[in-house]
Design a protein around this ligand. Structure first.
Ligand SMILES: [Zn+2]
Ligand SMILES: [Zn+2]
Length: 330
């Protein structure tokens, strides 16, 4: 039987329902404000109890409170998630079928972006509307993208759209069902990774968040002074995942148009892929093969680190990562 919620718990739940996703900090502040408004004392234990009781109450309506770390801000988040939505059910209540079609295409293009970029430039995003029948104008596509940002379904960072923590939580089963080969979980914390590190060995499925790197490194075995990947046992030499420097600023056309543009759509980034971002929409276009012109060589490394066949880029130019050096990096 569902236990009745006390007044502060009800007030907190109302706040959560209107925001859907908040930082843990804000959630605690909301609970504090709710208890003060109801003139009751509160402790940390009361807050934990509130979440537990609200969660129990939400089960019957197929909702659940879940926690995750925002991969961009690395803040702890708390969200109310629809546990039954195996389709984009929630979105369907607010958008027209035509808009939903665009949103699905947007989600697909972000989640399946080449080179595991897990993001697309806003220019590419807006151009997705042109493939639709009837076409969704650039203006309307732009407005729709902004609406999705304001509702917390996608985030915009340095001119690129990413899936937000809300999408990753609420659309998890949809993403898994539709694009399973792009769904990777962190070796350390088991949550989805769309920004982080991945083993560079072809076919190896070891991923980790940036913020889980210390934990991951402590989990890796060593051979001499070289760390070994926990899955493939090859020297640990990670690539970045979810990096705008890996993202295309051109239309990819995975399931879209083929209008004569370079189907690979790779764009030179002219800088080392160290994770820093800037607005790459002005990036120069790629050469004929879409080969990235990597400025990593500025640190005096061999060009062999660029794996053309896998179209991956290494974040470290070393074939292997000596322990000392790695610990010095962030
Ligand atoms: Zn993790
Ligand atoms: Zn590996």
């Amino acid at each position: 039987m569902v236990e009745a919620l006390e007044l502060p718990q009800q007030a907190w739940l109302q706040g959560m329902m209107s925001h859907r996703i908040v930082t843990e900090e804000r959630s605690q502040a909301m609970f504090k404000a709710a208890t003060e408004a109801c003139r009751v004392q509160h402790t940390q234990r009361d807050y934990a109890e509130c979440i537990k009781k609200v969660n129990n109450a939400l089960i019957v309506v197929n909702l659940e409170i879940r926690r995750m770390i925002d991969e961009q801000t690395e803040k702890h988040m708390l969200a109310i998630v629809n546990t039954k939505a195996d389709e984009i059910a929630e979105l369907a209540t607010q958008f027209t079928p035509h808009e939903i079609k665009f949103i699905k295409s947007l989600i697909e293009n972000i989640f399946t972006a080449p080179r595991r970029a897990y993001c697309i430039s806003s220019t590419v995003a807006i151009s997705l509307g042109k493939d639709m029948d009837p076409e969704l104008s650039s203006t309307k596509a732009d407005i729709l993208c902004k609406k999705l940002v304001s509702q917390g379904w996608i985030t915009k960072d340095a001119g690129f759209y990413f899936l937000s923590p809300r999408s990753l939580l609420e659309l998890q089963s949809y993403l898994r069902g539709s694009y399973e080969e792009y769904m990777h979980t962190c070796h350390a914390c088991k949550d989805i990774v769309t920004r982080g590190l991945a083993c560079s060995t072809e076919g190896c499925d070891l991923y980790a968040h940036h913020y889980c790197k210390p934990r991951l490194l402590s989990m890796l075995q060593t051979k001499g002074d070289v760390r070994l990947c926990a899955k493939c046992k090859k020297p640990w030499s990670p690539l970045t995942v979810g990096d705008t420097t890996n993202a295309s600023t051109m239309m990819i056309g995975r399931s879209n148009r083929n209008n004569g543009e370079n189907p690979l759509g790779f764009t030179s980034v002219n800088r080392a892929s160290t994770g820093e971002t800037d607005d790459s929409e002005d990036s120069e276009e790629e050469d004929e093969l879409g080969e990235t012109q990597d400025s990593g060589s500025k640190r005096g490394r061999s060009s062999t680190v660029q794996s053309r066949s896998s179209q991956r880029r290494r974040i470290t130019e070393e074939e292997t990562v000596p322990l000392e050096e790695d610990e010095e990096s962030d």
